[in-house]
Design a protein around this ligand. Structure first.
Ligand code: SAM
Length: 295
Protein backbone atom coordinates (compact mmCIF):
# COMPACT_ATOMS: atom_id res chain seq x y z
CA UNK A 1 0.00 0.00 0.00
CA UNK A 2 1.41 3.44 -0.89
CA UNK A 3 2.16 5.85 1.95
CA UNK A 4 -0.31 8.31 0.35
CA UNK A 5 -3.12 5.78 0.68
CA UNK A 6 -2.09 4.96 4.22
CA UNK A 7 -2.25 8.56 5.42
CA UNK A 8 -5.67 8.99 3.80
CA UNK A 9 -6.97 6.00 5.73
CA UNK A 10 -5.65 7.18 9.08
CA UNK A 11 -7.26 10.58 8.53
CA UNK A 12 -10.71 8.99 8.19
CA UNK A 13 -13.22 10.48 10.63
CA UNK A 14 -14.67 8.21 13.29
CA UNK A 15 -18.09 8.62 14.94
CA UNK A 16 -16.47 8.99 18.37
CA UNK A 17 -18.01 11.73 20.51
CA UNK A 18 -15.94 12.92 23.45
CA UNK A 19 -17.54 12.24 26.81
CA UNK A 20 -18.98 15.53 28.11
CA UNK A 21 -17.84 16.95 31.43
CA UNK A 22 -19.95 15.66 34.30
CA UNK A 23 -20.44 12.26 32.70
CA UNK A 24 -17.01 10.89 33.63
CA UNK A 25 -17.25 7.25 34.65
CA UNK A 26 -20.79 6.91 33.28
CA UNK A 27 -21.35 4.01 30.90
CA UNK A 28 -24.66 4.63 29.16
CA UNK A 29 -26.83 1.52 28.97
CA UNK A 30 -28.55 1.43 25.58
CA UNK A 31 -31.08 -1.13 26.74
CA UNK A 32 -32.37 1.36 29.33
CA UNK A 33 -32.63 4.16 26.77
CA UNK A 34 -29.77 6.10 28.32
CA UNK A 35 -29.07 9.12 26.14
CA UNK A 36 -28.20 11.88 28.54
CA UNK A 37 -29.21 15.46 27.93
CA UNK A 38 -26.13 17.69 27.67
CA UNK A 39 -27.60 20.88 26.20
CA UNK A 40 -28.05 23.64 28.78
CA UNK A 41 -30.57 25.62 26.68
CA UNK A 42 -32.85 22.58 26.36
CA UNK A 43 -32.59 21.91 30.08
CA UNK A 44 -33.56 25.55 30.85
CA UNK A 45 -36.47 25.41 28.39
CA UNK A 46 -37.87 22.24 29.95
CA UNK A 47 -37.65 23.68 33.46
CA UNK A 48 -39.11 27.08 32.56
CA UNK A 49 -41.89 25.78 30.26
CA UNK A 50 -43.05 22.99 32.56
CA UNK A 51 -44.87 25.42 34.87
CA UNK A 52 -42.96 24.42 38.02
CA UNK A 53 -43.09 26.72 41.06
CA UNK A 54 -42.16 26.36 44.74
CA UNK A 55 -45.69 24.99 45.30
CA UNK A 56 -45.04 22.12 42.91
CA UNK A 57 -44.13 18.54 43.59
CA UNK A 58 -42.23 17.22 40.57
CA UNK A 59 -42.32 13.55 39.76
CA UNK A 60 -39.31 13.02 37.51
CA UNK A 61 -39.15 9.92 35.32
CA UNK A 62 -35.64 8.53 34.72
CA UNK A 63 -33.36 11.14 36.32
CA UNK A 64 -30.19 9.35 35.13
CA UNK A 65 -27.21 11.50 36.10
CA UNK A 66 -29.43 14.38 37.21
CA UNK A 67 -29.23 16.79 34.25
CA UNK A 68 -32.84 17.84 34.88
CA UNK A 69 -33.13 16.84 38.55
CA UNK A 70 -30.85 19.56 39.91
CA UNK A 71 -32.40 22.54 38.08
CA UNK A 72 -35.87 21.15 38.78
CA UNK A 73 -35.06 20.92 42.50
CA UNK A 74 -34.08 24.60 42.45
CA UNK A 75 -37.36 25.63 40.83
CA UNK A 76 -39.76 23.26 42.62
CA UNK A 77 -40.88 22.64 46.19
CA UNK A 78 -39.77 19.04 46.00
CA UNK A 79 -38.67 16.44 43.46
CA UNK A 80 -39.33 12.73 43.60
CA UNK A 81 -37.21 11.04 40.95
CA UNK A 82 -37.90 7.45 39.90
CA UNK A 83 -34.94 5.64 38.33
CA UNK A 84 -34.69 1.98 37.33
CA UNK A 85 -30.90 1.76 36.98
CA UNK A 86 -29.40 0.97 40.37
CA UNK A 87 -25.99 2.11 39.10
CA UNK A 88 -27.29 5.69 38.86
CA UNK A 89 -28.87 5.90 42.30
CA UNK A 90 -25.87 6.40 44.59
CA UNK A 91 -24.25 9.14 42.47
CA UNK A 92 -27.57 10.91 42.16
CA UNK A 93 -28.18 10.81 45.92
CA UNK A 94 -24.73 12.27 46.54
CA UNK A 95 -25.30 15.04 43.97
CA UNK A 96 -28.70 16.03 45.33
CA UNK A 97 -28.20 15.47 49.09
CA UNK A 98 -27.29 19.06 49.96
CA UNK A 99 -30.41 20.41 48.19
CA UNK A 100 -32.57 18.74 50.83
CA UNK A 101 -35.70 18.51 48.65
CA UNK A 102 -34.93 15.56 46.38
CA UNK A 103 -35.99 11.98 46.95
CA UNK A 104 -34.59 9.30 44.67
CA UNK A 105 -36.62 6.13 44.32
CA UNK A 106 -35.14 3.00 42.80
CA UNK A 107 -38.11 1.59 40.88
CA UNK A 108 -39.62 0.89 37.49
CA UNK A 109 -41.89 3.83 36.64
CA UNK A 110 -44.37 1.42 35.09
CA UNK A 111 -44.77 -0.25 38.49
CA UNK A 112 -44.84 2.93 40.55
CA UNK A 113 -48.00 3.97 42.38
CA UNK A 114 -47.63 7.64 41.46
CA UNK A 115 -50.94 8.72 42.97
CA UNK A 116 -50.21 7.56 46.52
CA UNK A 117 -46.54 8.55 46.35
CA UNK A 118 -47.48 12.06 45.25
CA UNK A 119 -50.44 12.60 47.57
CA UNK A 120 -48.41 11.58 50.64
CA UNK A 121 -45.50 13.86 49.69
CA UNK A 122 -47.80 16.78 48.89
CA UNK A 123 -49.59 16.47 52.23
CA UNK A 124 -46.32 16.13 54.15
CA UNK A 125 -44.62 19.10 52.48
CA UNK A 126 -47.65 21.34 51.98
CA UNK A 127 -47.42 21.35 48.19
CA UNK A 128 -50.31 22.36 45.95
CA UNK A 129 -49.83 20.53 42.66
CA UNK A 130 -48.09 17.64 40.97
CA UNK A 131 -46.27 18.00 37.67
CA UNK A 132 -44.69 15.04 35.92
CA UNK A 133 -41.50 15.68 33.97
CA UNK A 134 -38.91 13.53 32.24
CA UNK A 135 -36.58 12.80 29.40
CA UNK A 136 -38.22 9.45 28.76
CA UNK A 137 -36.55 6.13 28.12
CA UNK A 138 -37.72 5.88 24.50
CA UNK A 139 -38.20 2.11 24.48
CA UNK A 140 -41.28 2.54 26.71
CA UNK A 141 -42.59 5.99 25.68
CA UNK A 142 -46.12 4.82 24.81
CA UNK A 143 -46.65 2.58 27.89
CA UNK A 144 -45.45 5.40 30.15
CA UNK A 145 -47.72 8.00 28.56
CA UNK A 146 -50.72 5.66 28.65
CA UNK A 147 -50.06 4.83 32.29
CA UNK A 148 -49.77 8.51 33.20
CA UNK A 149 -53.04 9.31 31.44
CA UNK A 150 -55.05 6.34 32.65
CA UNK A 151 -53.93 6.08 36.25
CA UNK A 152 -55.55 9.25 37.52
CA UNK A 153 -52.37 10.62 39.13
CA UNK A 154 -53.92 14.02 39.88
CA UNK A 155 -51.12 15.75 37.95
CA UNK A 156 -51.64 19.21 36.45
CA UNK A 157 -49.29 18.58 33.54
CA UNK A 158 -46.89 16.11 31.99
CA UNK A 159 -43.81 17.53 30.25
CA UNK A 160 -41.82 14.86 28.49
CA UNK A 161 -39.07 14.45 25.92
CA UNK A 162 -39.53 11.76 23.31
CA UNK A 163 -38.55 10.81 19.80
CA UNK A 164 -39.67 13.57 17.40
CA UNK A 165 -41.66 11.15 15.26
CA UNK A 166 -43.67 9.97 18.28
CA UNK A 167 -44.19 13.57 19.40
CA UNK A 168 -45.59 14.42 15.95
CA UNK A 169 -48.01 11.51 16.17
CA UNK A 170 -49.19 12.58 19.61
CA UNK A 171 -49.49 16.27 18.76
CA UNK A 172 -51.40 15.59 15.50
CA UNK A 173 -55.03 16.64 15.35
CA UNK A 174 -57.30 13.59 15.71
CA UNK A 175 -58.89 12.85 12.34
CA UNK A 176 -55.89 13.86 10.26
CA UNK A 177 -53.45 11.62 8.37
CA UNK A 178 -50.72 12.26 10.94
CA UNK A 179 -52.87 10.86 13.76
CA UNK A 180 -52.44 7.37 15.22
CA UNK A 181 -53.84 5.22 18.01
CA UNK A 182 -51.94 7.21 20.67
CA UNK A 183 -53.29 10.58 19.41
CA UNK A 184 -56.84 9.92 20.64
CA UNK A 185 -56.32 9.04 24.31
CA UNK A 186 -53.82 11.89 24.68
CA UNK A 187 -56.21 14.50 23.24
CA UNK A 188 -59.08 13.00 25.19
CA UNK A 189 -57.31 13.58 28.50
CA UNK A 190 -55.05 16.56 27.73
CA UNK A 191 -54.29 19.68 25.72
CA UNK A 192 -51.05 19.16 23.84
CA UNK A 193 -48.33 21.64 22.97
CA UNK A 194 -44.82 21.16 21.60
CA UNK A 195 -42.41 23.23 23.64
CA UNK A 196 -39.09 22.32 22.02
CA UNK A 197 -37.51 20.58 19.08
CA UNK A 198 -34.30 18.93 20.30
CA UNK A 199 -31.69 17.84 17.73
CA UNK A 200 -29.89 14.56 18.42
CA UNK A 201 -26.58 16.34 19.06
CA UNK A 202 -28.03 17.58 22.38
CA UNK A 203 -27.54 14.10 23.89
CA UNK A 204 -24.66 11.88 24.91
CA UNK A 205 -24.27 9.40 23.37
CA UNK A 206 -25.79 10.88 20.18
CA UNK A 207 -28.91 8.83 19.29
CA UNK A 208 -30.04 8.08 15.73
CA UNK A 209 -33.10 10.32 15.91
CA UNK A 210 -34.08 13.89 16.83
CA UNK A 211 -36.39 14.54 19.76
CA UNK A 212 -39.09 16.93 20.92
CA UNK A 213 -40.57 17.97 24.24
CA UNK A 214 -44.34 17.94 24.62
CA UNK A 215 -46.35 19.45 27.42
CA UNK A 216 -49.67 17.76 28.12
CA UNK A 217 -52.00 19.86 30.26
CA UNK A 218 -54.51 17.52 31.86
CA UNK A 219 -58.13 18.57 31.29
CA UNK A 220 -60.56 18.96 34.18
CA UNK A 221 -63.12 17.14 32.03
CA UNK A 222 -62.27 14.84 29.09
CA UNK A 223 -62.53 16.44 25.63
CA UNK A 224 -65.70 14.50 24.74
CA UNK A 225 -68.52 12.80 26.61
CA UNK A 226 -68.70 9.04 26.16
CA UNK A 227 -70.64 6.35 28.01
CA UNK A 228 -67.85 3.78 28.19
CA UNK A 229 -64.32 5.22 28.04
CA UNK A 230 -62.72 1.81 27.89
CA UNK A 231 -64.86 0.72 24.93
CA UNK A 232 -64.01 3.95 23.06
CA UNK A 233 -60.28 3.32 23.58
CA UNK A 234 -60.73 -0.26 22.35
CA UNK A 235 -62.51 1.08 19.22
CA UNK A 236 -59.53 3.38 18.57
CA UNK A 237 -57.06 0.51 19.02
CA UNK A 238 -59.07 -1.79 16.77
CA UNK A 239 -59.50 0.94 14.14
CA UNK A 240 -55.76 1.55 13.97
CA UNK A 241 -54.78 -2.13 14.23
CA UNK A 242 -55.21 -2.26 10.44
CA UNK A 243 -55.03 1.42 9.57
CA UNK A 244 -55.13 0.90 5.77
CA UNK A 245 -58.39 -1.07 6.01
CA UNK A 246 -61.91 0.32 6.16
CA UNK A 247 -63.44 0.74 9.60
CA UNK A 248 -65.92 -2.03 8.84
CA UNK A 249 -62.99 -4.43 8.50
CA UNK A 250 -60.59 -3.11 11.12
CA UNK A 251 -63.26 -2.93 13.84
CA UNK A 252 -63.75 -6.71 13.60
CA UNK A 253 -60.66 -6.78 15.87
CA UNK A 254 -63.16 -5.86 18.63
CA UNK A 255 -64.43 -9.42 18.40
CA UNK A 256 -67.80 -8.90 16.67
CA UNK A 257 -68.57 -11.89 14.42
CA UNK A 258 -71.51 -10.09 12.84
CA UNK A 259 -70.43 -7.16 10.67
CA UNK A 260 -74.05 -5.99 10.56
CA UNK A 261 -73.69 -4.77 14.15
CA UNK A 262 -70.62 -2.74 13.25
CA UNK A 263 -72.21 -1.39 10.11
CA UNK A 264 -75.35 -0.31 11.99
CA UNK A 265 -73.34 1.37 14.77
CA UNK A 266 -71.19 3.23 12.23
CA UNK A 267 -74.10 4.39 10.09
CA UNK A 268 -76.18 5.59 13.02
CA UNK A 269 -73.12 7.58 14.20
CA UNK A 270 -73.11 9.23 10.74
CA UNK A 271 -69.87 7.45 9.75
CA UNK A 272 -69.48 5.86 6.32
CA UNK A 273 -68.24 2.27 7.07
CA UNK A 274 -65.71 2.53 4.23
CA UNK A 275 -63.81 5.34 5.99
CA UNK A 276 -60.51 4.67 7.75
CA UNK A 277 -59.78 5.18 11.44
CA UNK A 278 -57.41 8.12 10.83
CA UNK A 279 -60.30 10.18 9.40
CA UNK A 280 -62.42 9.97 12.56
CA UNK A 281 -62.60 12.77 15.10
CA UNK A 282 -62.72 12.07 18.83
CA UNK A 283 -66.45 12.92 18.80
CA UNK A 284 -67.06 10.33 16.09
CA UNK A 285 -65.20 7.62 18.03
CA UNK A 286 -67.30 8.55 21.07
CA UNK A 287 -70.58 8.26 19.09
CA UNK A 288 -69.51 4.96 17.57
CA UNK A 289 -68.63 3.56 20.97
CA UNK A 290 -71.93 4.76 22.47
CA UNK A 291 -73.82 2.98 19.68
CA UNK A 292 -71.86 -0.24 20.14
CA UNK A 293 -72.47 -0.12 23.87
CA UNK A 294 -76.20 -0.21 23.21
CA UNK A 295 -75.92 -3.38 21.09
N1 SAM B 1 -32.92 12.48 32.78
C1 SAM B 1 -31.64 12.09 32.28
C2 SAM B 1 -31.18 13.08 31.24
O1 SAM B 1 -32.05 13.80 30.72
O2 SAM B 1 -30.00 13.13 30.94
C3 SAM B 1 -31.67 10.66 31.69
C4 SAM B 1 -32.67 10.44 30.59
S1 SAM B 1 -32.47 8.90 29.77
C5 SAM B 1 -33.16 9.29 28.19
C6 SAM B 1 -33.75 7.85 30.44
C7 SAM B 1 -33.55 7.45 31.90
O3 SAM B 1 -34.63 6.61 32.29
C8 SAM B 1 -32.29 6.67 32.18
O4 SAM B 1 -31.64 7.17 33.31
C9 SAM B 1 -32.78 5.23 32.43
O5 SAM B 1 -31.96 4.47 33.28
C10 SAM B 1 -34.14 5.50 33.04
N2 SAM B 1 -35.08 4.39 32.90
C11 SAM B 1 -35.15 3.45 31.93
N3 SAM B 1 -36.20 2.65 32.12
C12 SAM B 1 -36.84 3.09 33.24
C13 SAM B 1 -37.99 2.65 33.96
N4 SAM B 1 -38.73 1.61 33.54
N5 SAM B 1 -38.33 3.32 35.09
C14 SAM B 1 -37.61 4.39 35.52
N6 SAM B 1 -36.50 4.84 34.87
C15 SAM B 1 -36.12 4.20 33.75
Amino acid sequence: MSSKKKSKRSAKKTSYTPRPKGLAGVRPDKALGQNFLIDEDTISTIVSESGVTKDTLVLEIGPGTGALTLPLAEAAGRVIAVELDEGMIKGLRVKTFSLGNVEIIHQDILETDIKSLASEAMAEHGLKELRIIGNLPYYITTPIIMKLLESDTGATSITVMMQKEVADRIAAEPGTRASGAITYPVHYYARVSEIAFVPKECFYPVPKVDSAVLRLDLRDEPAVKVKDEDLMMRCVKAGFSMRRKTLLNSLTALGYQDKQILSKALISAGIDPTRRAETLTLEEFAKLSDNLQEE
